[in-house]
Design a protein around this ligand. Sequence first.
Ligand SMILES: Cc1cc2nc3c(=O)[nH]c(=O)nc-3n(C[C@H](O)[C@H](O)[C@H](O)COP(=O)(O)OP(=O)(O)OC[C@H]3O[C@@H](n4cnc5c(N)ncnc54)[C@H](O)[C@@H]3O)c2cc1C
Length: 508
Amino acid sequence: MTRRDVIAAPFLQLGRKAKPAIVGSYVMDAFPLGHKLRDHAAFPAAKEERKVPLVIVGSGMAGLSAAWWLDKRGYRDFVLLEMEDQAGGNSRYGESAVSAYPWGAHYVPIPNRKSPLVRELFEEVGLMVNGELNERHLCHSPQERLFIHGRWQYGLEPEVALTSKGREQFRRFDAKIGELHATGRFAIPHALGQIDPNLEALGFPAWLQANGFDAPELMWYLDYSTRDDYGMALKDTSAWAGLHYFAARDHDDKGPFTWPEGNGWLLKQLKAKVGQYVRTGEPVYKVQRQNGAWRVLTSKASYLAQSVIWAAPSFLASHIVEGAPRAEGFSYSPWVTANLTLDRIPKAAHTAEMAWDNVIYGSPSLGYVVATHQSVAMHREQSVWTWYYAVAERTPDAARRMLLEQPWEYWRDTALADLAKAHPDIADCVSRIDVFRNGHAMARPTPGFLQSAGRQKMLSGHDGLYYANSDLSGISIFEEAQYRGVEAARRVLERLGASSGTLRSTPR
Ligand SMILES: Cc1cc2nc3c(=O)[nH]c(=O)nc-3n(C[C@H](O)[C@H](O)[C@H](O)COP(=O)(O)OP(=O)(O)OC[C@H]3O[C@@H](n4cnc5c(N)ncnc54)[C@H](O)[C@@H]3O)c2cc1C
């Protein structure tokens, strides 16, 4: 950004008078229905009665992965119920005349050599061919850049701000991560590795202090990382989770896989395989025991099932499922995602080639991802930017209250003010801003959560009902959702396989 740009910035705002107002609204608000479920509100009586051996609740990546795994093994007698009109949960996406764009999950890193399930799916959908990456789906260069001290640099480690102390600590931190990775204990999904109980019970700040890490540039980078992956501040994160972010991945210069619609691309692939089982617009409001089976109630149908996979967030179960443990120790980070439609690219952006992921140093937001980045068109005037903000500076309860109270205009102005730090003319470029507020978006890996009694109870399941949401992993990523869904499916198959024939299904 030049000095002239800085001086011109306030006057550019004046120019907005001539420009039509930015339109938009909140989209996909789930809390009215969520609160109805929590408060046991009345739902219309179901007209349809069905017997089916298995009901899966929740069509996020966990529920769809359970369906994928069962279907592959020839087990096809189940339904998958989703409360929203669109399947996919946190991997949903939107589309406009300009581009498809994500509402949540937007990439998957190159799978580790020892992540068999992810590799199996990626081979099936053509992301990998005989173990080799399909380059067409890899993020184009430049991938990441950071706006710092009034200019862009490539990569997210704040190179231009590094003091000699900071540089030494980054080097030492990298070396430490290399050592931890080499132990093989940090895996993805993490159940394939081994959790050090002391590290998991410890706060990340205590570990950093004990290991002599305190340089502000490194602290910013690590705090950005925990906000980015877990939606929570470094100070609230367990040492194990803070390190897992870095130590669990095999290093690969390539990747990640990404698409305009983010992980909506993977969602489409899974829906093509198992969409026939999915019934959207069917919130499950009660799951109760009945003569040794499960009665699953929605306003459209009443299902009698031998087994249930609860792939909806775990905390909801105690409000809906008879005998469900209270989700003690589970906590969730609230997120806001805004999709901005740009009629033209901001001028200052041209001072450095736009990256896919663009982060502003010192900002409470996580910056923005460019939906049109993967486009092969050489020159595009229009674009969609997805702006991410985990409300990590407040407690989750306080953040959720704020999400409910603030009008759409608050997020319009917050997003524009944040982006204006790097793009002073952003308000003149944007014609539309849609905002998604998600109160219980991601599980938070607080110290001790993975060893908590509350989580252990959920992992066990009860009476043929198995929990499968990615929140059981404490880490909200595609690979964990897939693992949890498949684990629950394995257990169901063991159980139903042993007693098949006791409950006959009615026709679909
Ligand atoms: C802003 C954001 C960005 C993210 N970015 C990434 C990323 O880039 N890469 C990545 O790998 N991961 C990312 N994630 C993590 C993402 O959560 C996981 O990748 C994954 O999509 C989680 O899937 P899930 O099935 O466990 O849960 P969810 O996606 O939460 O699915 C649960 C489903 O259950 C449904 N449901 C709830 N209650 C009921 C009910 N009573 N009846 C019927 N249905 C019900 C919900 O509507 C939902 O569809 C991101 C998450 C967020 C919030």
